[in-house]
Write a protein that binds this ligand. Sequence first.
Ligand code: FNR
Length: 378
Amino acid sequence: AEIYLQGYGGTTPAFSTDLTRIEESAAAVLDPRAYGYVAGSAGSGSTAAANRAAFDRWRLVPRMLAGATERDLTTTVLGTTMPAPVLLAPVGAQSIVHDGAEAATARAAASTGLPMVLSTASSTSIEDVAAASGGGPLWFQLYWPSDSEVCLSLLARAEAAGYSVLVVTLDNWSLGWRPSDLDNGYLPFLNGAGTAVPFTDPVFLGGLDASPEEEPAMAVLRWISMITGTDRTWADLAFLRKHWEGPIVLKGIQHVDDARHAVAAGMDGIVVSNHGGRQVDGAVGALDVLPEIAAAVGDRIEVLFDSGVRTGADVIKALALGARAVLVGRPYVYGLAHAGEDGVRQVLRGLLADLDLTLGLSGNTTPGALTASVLRRS
Ligand code: FNR
């Protein structure tokens, strides 16, 4: 109603309310290399396409006279209460799309009450994002450094700054084959985007021969070598379990046996995700593996989902297929690119309104009650 009334008064949104289309307008406002980094995916882009195609195979079957004029989307996941089952996915290097970067995103997230998952590859420090958030819900995503002391320092900083859940990303131990960045010779951290998380870390800085101001490329390369190329095993997760008090979520799970490993390793949750199609070209659409994973472990562990969520209907489909909540990546980054904090807020509020309306108009009132019976496979 707000948007229609504003339109009646001659004011329309800064960019489209259709989140499947804002990639195009973001291309017009972004530096081409930054755009390529955000929009790009692995290889031929077939995984990113599969993510969207997987949503299209499921259709909602709306019910009428179902008493759905009043809805309650409030959801609690691992101790975090959110106004709707939606989180902001960890996205690194946000300074390449807007000067406000992660601080602008944090303010917008806090104003909606949705949790932000801060990336280890953030261009804003753990502490500055917490300050910008002003008490909003925050989770911390870990790219697991090979240096244990650096790892412990990051965990301690995140915990001290109030991040309540640790999200450990498993699918990015090496950067995927990404033609858009390869063709542009572009890696944000080597092209001026801040790497604030390590560069504000006393333990990381203590291990450098020269400061990042003196030798930025050396510092970046040391950091990249620390968070890539280390062979880990399921048993190694005990280290994180020992040193992180709160819940731990593993991000990047796509096989049902890996979901079972996560349970056996004492983890609290998983994100069924293929990194928005950015890692393995030709991988299965993330939504395609969600039902079997949720069926196998959903009663023992929180199952979250990301990769390809663009609409309220997409959120409903993921929840109906077993997710407790979803994470959204590129759409809010495009909002940030268009209009900074206000742009992120427009994307988040729009997605929540779309979700609320679509939930009600399809005859449903709460996310928790959604089951596959609201869907038909087509
Ligand atoms: C990401 N993603 C990501 N994931 C992570 O765990 N740590 C990170 O630093 C990043 N960085 C990152 C940068 C950019 C530009 C993108 C687009 C994505 C992956 C992200 O958390 C999430 O899994 C996907 O973005 C979800 O897919 P959609 O919503 O973008 O389709």
